[in-house]
Design a binder for this molecule. Structure first.
Ligand code: FES
Length: 176
């Protein structure tokens, strides 16, 4: 799936989606909505367009509104285009107490963007999120399927350099 027009998964992805749906009893295919949304987002450059969500509704044989309400509830789903690297900074108590504010401020300064924004070259987006469930190693950030724990501004610089030199980050499909 390359864009939000003419949405259609390729055969491999469609087989995967059907395998996931088949885990649930007949008539309960909506239970597969979270993994299918993750796959759809990964296949659509890291975000869910309304056309993509409509396609997911079609696959799950449910109403589009049922997909919209789930996709708009969880912070891991993006409803607008995002950069190649989506940097998610945890801002909940334990991370905040351990320097998340400094980490966020550092990314803001280095990238010249605020949470909810994307760099002009389309490479990075920044977002604040609630607890990433790794509080013991706060402060924590998530980028695609990667967690980076005990973050420091030095680590942030190293990661930015790596992502910039590789010219990519991961919208990796966690189910493939
Ligand atoms: S508070 Fe940041 S991972 Fe839990």
């Amino acid at each position: 799936m390359q864009n939000s027009k003419n949405i259609e998964f390729n055969t491999e992805t469609l087989e995967l989606v059907n395998r996931i749906i088949s885990r649930y009893p007949e008539g309960r295919q909506k239970s597969a909505i979270l993994p299918v949304l993750h796959i759809a987002q990964s296949e659509n450059s890291g975000w869910l367009s309304s056309e993509t969500m409509d396609y997911v509704a079609c696959l799950l044989q449910i109403q589009p509104i049922e997909v919209y309400e789930v996709a708009s509830f969880y912070s891991m789903f993006n409803l607008q285009p995002v950069g190649n690297c989506m940097i998610e900074v945890c801002q909940t108590g334990p991370c905040w107490l351990n320097g998340a504010e400094d980490i966020l401020a550092h990314f803001e300064k280095r990238l010249g963007i605020k949470p909810g924004e994307t760099t002009a070259d389309g490479q990075f987006s920044l977002k604040t999120v609630e607890c990433l469930a790794a509080c013991g190693n706060a402060p924590v950030i998530q980028v695609g399927t990667e967690y980076h724990e005990k973050m420091t501004t030095g680590k942030a610089d190293e990661l930015l350099e790596k992502w910039q030199s590789e010219n990519k980050c991961s919208h990796t499909n966690p189910y493939l």
